[in-house]
Design a protein around this ligand. Structure first.
Ligand SMILES: [Zn+2]
Ligand SMILES: [Zn+2]
Length: 308
């Protein structure tokens, strides 16, 4: 099993600023709609439910980090379209995995505007996205991924993560989106702390003090997020000691199903920065490199090859 001391490495300082932008509830909803082909301000506003101010702030930020661009498709038109850039299109794998997880695990997804089946046009089949190791072609499960680290970079990165966490803006301690009404995946990975706690759990953390030590998270925020994760059936709370009672938090099938998505987001963020490799796919021994494929024809999924 993983050594919990390596937890802070997965979100190192150079990638966390991009993930901060992407790991935002509104941004995730906006990206999902862009992949569904909605490119106009008004259409994005209707489907995401964001206010005008919120939407234009998020769009500006996405332009700044080069994930989308604003274009006037007809010179005579007053309207602008928001289009994904190359860097933005590379988020497609994450978006498709988010769709899969929501339709599989959230009852509310069937009542929402999400399409229930997607068609892969090159092979003509309805498909399920599959996250595979590009080296051996096997589907990647979280039990098969080994985290490793070199000690010298570790202490430095730990410090950077901890100081960055101290400076988190107000929105990260927001609780309004974490009420009983789960809008979907964006509430989970769109909350920085929830995302970090899930990643820590994927790396082997189970007990309160393990999360607390390695994430440098305030105890009230930690216990609030842990209760939410238990309520949402992403963690199972079990007693490992009875007198006095002590609990640990164990991943469920529902949260294990989030693993490929979290790994794809991590990979996306790292691809735009030079960072040392820190993950291995144990069955084949290669550095972990993922691709999101069609389960029917086993080829990589691209945005232009999908119809609803
Ligand atoms: Zn492999
Ligand atoms: Zn296919």
């Amino acid at each position: 099993m993983t050594d919990v001391t390596s937890i802070p490495l997965i979100l190192n300082a150079t990638i966390s600023s991009d993930l901060d932008v992407i790991g935002d509830r509104w941004t995730l909803l906006i990206l999902r709609d862009l992949f569904l082909g909605r490119t106009r301000f008004e259409s994005l506003r209707t489907h995401t439910g964001a206010s005008k101010a919120t939407l234009s702030r998020r769009l500006d930020t996405l332009i700044q980090i080069d994930v989308i661009k604003r274009q006037q498709l007809k010179p005579t038109s007053k309207h602008y379209d928001y289009l994904l850039t190359g860097k933005g299109l590379k988020l497609f794998g994450a978006s498709i995995l988010a769709w899969r997880w929501e339709t599989q695990w959230l009852a509310s997804a069937s009542e929402s505007s999400l399409p229930i089946t997607l068609l892969h046009t090159p092979c003509g089949h309805p498909f399920i996205p599959e996250t595979v190791c590009t080296h051996c072609g096997q589907a990647v499960k979280f039990e098969d991924v080994k985290w490793y680290t070199s000690d010298d970079s570790f202490q430095h990165q730990l410090k950077v993560i901890q100081s960055a966490n101290k400076m988190r803006r107000v929105r990260n301690s927001r609780t309004s989106a974490l009420d009983n009404r789960m809008a979907g995946i964006s509430d989970l990975i769109g909350d920085r702390w929830t995302l970090l706690i899930l990643i820590a759990a994927f790396m082997g953390a189970k007990r309160n003090y393990e999360f607390a030590n390695y994430l440098n998270i305030a105890s009230n925020i930690l216990s609030q997020r842990l209760s939410m994760l238990v309520e949402e059936n992403l963690f199972e709370k079990t007693a490992y000691q009875h007198n006095p009672p002590r609990y640990e938090y164990v991943l469920t099938d529902k949260s294990k199903a989030l693993f490929p998505l979290v790994m794809i987001l991590r990979q996306w963020a790292m691809d735009f920065h030079t960072t040392p490799e820190s993950l291995k796919h144990e069955p084949c021994g290669a550095n972990l490199r993922l691709s999101v494929n069609c389960n029917m024809c086993k080829t990589e999924l691209h945005p232009t090859d999908i119809s609803f």
